[in-house]
Design a protein around this ligand. Structure first.
Ligand SMILES: NC(=O)c1ccc[n+]([C@@H]2O[C@H](COP(=O)([O-])OP(=O)(O)OC[C@H]3O[C@@H](n4cnc5c(N)ncnc54)[C@H](O)[C@@H]3O)[C@@H](O)[C@H]2O)c1
Length: 257
């Protein structure tokens, strides 16, 4: 897919990986529909992007767990930019809790909340977006109509103690990737998930040094956490490279937690 002039929906565009992706795609000439719980993403007033980017960015405050809000954002985005060609799901939350911890059993409400935001929220955004993408015009040379990019995590495969809920949500995103790719092929829509290692975003910066130290030790090369721009660059590659489909890309510098 050529990005210039295409419209991409990004959930979680207010912060971290989603914010970096929004900026990267805008810089490539795409239109971006940003969706986040945040009303006014902090990067928007200060980002020094290409001259005409403000006219190509639409922000919507919405909760990915609310079906009608998500549908509404997609409809608004299509009304503003004409058609939708892709979706990048970055909205998510982190939660750590032992199933049987020192102070008792883990909260089932917290487990449900993580599944609701990370997993149900992702499918909610994907289904609304795909309905809009499927109404577009197939593009030469492959009759491609669009691309779905979901954010899994290496916790889908290497989950640590306390990550049952988070790993379950991210493992399910990884597991949905191939069936979705098979299903959406008839619309000319590819589906890829990215499984990041540890990236320097507000989500990770909120973790204590006790959590971050051993994670840094587990990184192989480069010996550092990933930068949000490196995630955004991978999203761009996924959108542009038509042979990437039905797969989960680990983006982790060989980290095995
Ligand atoms: N940072 C990492 O190391 C890392 C590693 C692997 C996977 N991930 C995943 O990448 C994604 C982005 O994480 P990040 O590090 O950029 O985190 P972040 O906290 O910086 O950004 C997440 C964004 O999602 C938004 N959000 C949360 N719940 C929402 C909801 N219900 N509806 C709409 N928006 C909501 C937040 O407002 C925030 O702007 C998440 O799914 C996370 O699980 C992150």
């Amino acid at each position: 897919m050529q990005l210039s002039g295409k419209t991409i929906l990004i959930s979680g565009s207010g912060s971290g990986l989603g914010a970096a992706t929004a900026q990267r795609l805008l810089a490539q000439g795409a239109n971006v529909v940003g969706l986040d719980l945040a009303a006014d993403p902090a990067w928007v007033p200060v980002w020094n992007g290409p001259e005409n980017w403000q006219g190509r960015y639409m922000h919507a405050q919405a909760d990915v767990t609310q079906e009608s809000s998500v549908q509404h954002v997609v409809q608004e985005g299509v009304a503003k930019f004409g058609r939708l060609s892709g979706v990048v799901c970055c909205a998510g939350i982190l939660h750590g809790e032992r199933v049987l911890g020192p102070s008792g059993l883990a909260s089932l409400d917290a487990f449900r909340r993580v599944i609701d935001v990370n997993l149900v929220g992702t499918i909610q955004v994907v289904r609304a977006a795909v309905q809009a993408i499927a109404q577009g015009e197939p593009q030469e040379p492959d009759q491609e109509q669009g691309v779905v990019v979901m954010t899994s995590s290496i916790a889908a495969f290497d989950g640590q103690i306390g990550q049952c809920a988070y790993s379950a949500s991210k493992g399910a995103i990884a597991a949905m990737t191939l069936p979705m790719a098979r299903e959406f092929a008839r619309f000319g829509i590819r589906v890829v998930s990215i499984a990041p290692g540890v990236f320097q975003t507000p989500m990770m910066q909120a973790a204590s040094q006790k959590v971050r130290g051993p994670l840094l030790d587990a990184s192989v090369f480069p010996k550092r956490f990933g930068l949000p721009e490196e995630f955004a660059s991978m999203v761009q590659s996924v959108l542009e490279n038509s042979m990437l489909n039905g797969t989960i890309i680990r983006l982790d510098g060989a980290m095995r937690m």
